[in-house]
Design a protein around this ligand. Structure first.
Ligand SMILES: [Fe+2]
Ligand SMILES: [Fe+2]
Length: 477
């Protein structure tokens, strides 16, 4: 198979699309619908061109090229990571058997469902972020926003390719639905809650790309283990692009914290509201919100569906091959979060033991949580180096949950269970209030001059692809 995309083709790809005329025609007829969706639901800020990375290859040496591109002409392509001809199923009841090039009939519905759920998140984030261009703090940030947007668009292509190529008419119908559902829509919302939330300001954008794109990383990581080889290879390549989205989030929050510290020190005060920076308690509230809604994306603590996906070989664990067990888990157990009830019917936060298979959502969520600790650690290092005492932290897993065992209760960020009316009264201490949001939004004034940046955020340490910060990353229309 070839690994370099043919850009002379309407749909750049490394899957020899021209050899399958039917599939090619089907995707070519989906393409105008995609472009129409991009025009109506994609970025609203008019631009002439943007300095973007375009995937061109999946090989080791250089998989992307950079250049100024008019966004509607971006080449959304189909790329699967190179095939490993000897690849074997790594877990579940088919462990050790050769991986599948086709969808086995008995797993068709489940695989289609997994692909649709993943596919639904990709365009959702573009929709959530569509108005941010109007308030970008710098051309560098604006460029990063658009990079994330076009790549989420490409991830949609990746999932639509699988639906068209392997799931027949039903797959084509699902591909249409991916363009009909919209983030926040009342009649046809996106499938998962966090993808119907607004991303109204840039602090939210950085938190989203840190916490919610990171959920994407973990979901893709489990699908990369799939015995269905085309899905595995698709996700492997998507993970490469996803790394940049998380870099945008990680360094975005770094820079917000950095600027807040600078203003605190310059003015010798903790109270930087009104001084053009974002107070640390507000940053903490945004963190609390995005982290807790992202925890919900991992689903309930226990799931028999997910146990079945694992046993069938459809969806593995994060870094499956590094796990030192039998990769079947039929006789293992795991402690998962749970509510326990005392003799008086009073609920309390606790844990319970379940079979490892049923607890796989918990396993994945734990991997994610320990990864998130890394961000908090680095932001706290910025605080420490700036001589500021305040520290950021991840709230307890029971805080602000709508999915899973803790959805039934209210809890503080410390993990103390509280009555519903206390939650009503105090949630503004922990989640962004209208006042906080209005303040953050008031800071969001676009800065479109090269090398200039808004006052609430520090410039990045590095530009993109070796270019300086003051490079002409975006030409506005
Ligand atoms: Fe994505
Ligand atoms: Fe992403």
């Amino acid at each position: 198979m070839t690994t370099t995309a043919d850009y002379a083709e309407k749909i750049p790809n490394n899957v020899n699309l021209h050899e399958d005329r039917r599939l090619q025609r089907a995707l070519e007829s989906w393409q105008p619908n995609f472009l129409n969706w991009w025009q109506t639901m994609g970025p609203t800020l008019p631009t002439r061109d943007v300095y973007l990375r375009t995937a061109i290859n999946v090989g080791r040496d250089g998989w992307a090229q950079f250049g100024h591109v008019a966004m509607p002409e971006y080449r959304w392509g189909i790329f699967l990571a190179e095939r490993d001809p000897g690849r074997k199923v790594g877990f579940g009841e088919h462990k050790g058997e050769p991986v599948w090039d086709k969808v086995p009939g008995e797993y068709r519905a489940e695989l289609q469902r997994l692909i649709v759920i993943q596919g639904d998140t990709e365009p959702a984030s573009v929709e959530q972020q569509r108005n941010l261009g109007a308030t970008a703090p710098s051309l560098y940030d604006l460029r990063n926003l658009f990079q994330v947007n076009v790549e989420e668009g490409r991830h949609l292509w990746a999932m639509v390719y699988l639906l068209h190529a392997y799931f027949g008419r039903e797959g084509r119908e699902e591909a249409e639905e991916l363009l009909h559902r919209n983030s926040g829509s009342l009649d046809a919302p996106r499938i998962l809650g966090a993808f119907n939330e607004e991303t109204p300001d840039w602090l939210s954008f950085y938190m989203f790309t840190y916490f919610t794109d990171r959920d994407g990383k973990y979901q893709l990581g489990t699908l990369k283990e799939s015995a269905f080889d085309p899905l595995s290879r698709t996700c492997e390549f998507m993970l490469k692009e996803e790394a940049h989205h998380m870099m945008v989030g990680t360094t975005g929050v770094d820079r917000v914290v950095q600027r807040t510290v600078e203003v605190m020190r310059e003015r010798d005060t903790d109270d930087v509201a009104g001084l053009g920076a974002i107070p640390l308690p507000v940053i903490q509230k945004y963190l609390n919100f995005h982290y807790s809604v992202s925890l919900d994306l991992f689903g309930g603590e226990t799931s028999t569906n997910v146990a079945n996906y694992y046993t069938a070989g459809l969806k593995g664990r994060w870094l499956e091959d590094r796990r030192k067990d039998d990769h079947k888990l039929t006789s293992d157990s795991i402690m998962v979060d749970a509510l326990s009830e005392d003799a008086h019917g009073e609920l309390s936060i606790g844990q319970t033991e379940v079979s490892a298979l049923v607890g796989l959502n918990t396993d994945l969520r734990r991997e994610y949580i320990s990864d998130c600790q890394g961000g908090v650690k680095r932001w706290n290092r910025i605080l420490e180096e700036g001589g500021v005492r305040h520290r950021l932290r991840l709230p307890h897993a029971a805080f602000n949950r709508k999915v899973g065992a803790f959805a039934a209760i209210e809890a503080t960020p410390d993990g103390e269970k509280i009555p519903a009316e206390e939650w009503q009264r105090r949630q503004g201490e922990w989640l962004p209030t209208d006042v906080d949001k209005t303040y953050v939004r008031s800071l969001m004034q676009s800065v479109h001059q090269r090398g200039k940046i808004a006052a609430w955020i520090a410039p990045p340490r590095n530009g993109i692809n070796g270019q300086p910060f003051d490079y002409d990353y975006v030409h506005l229309a």
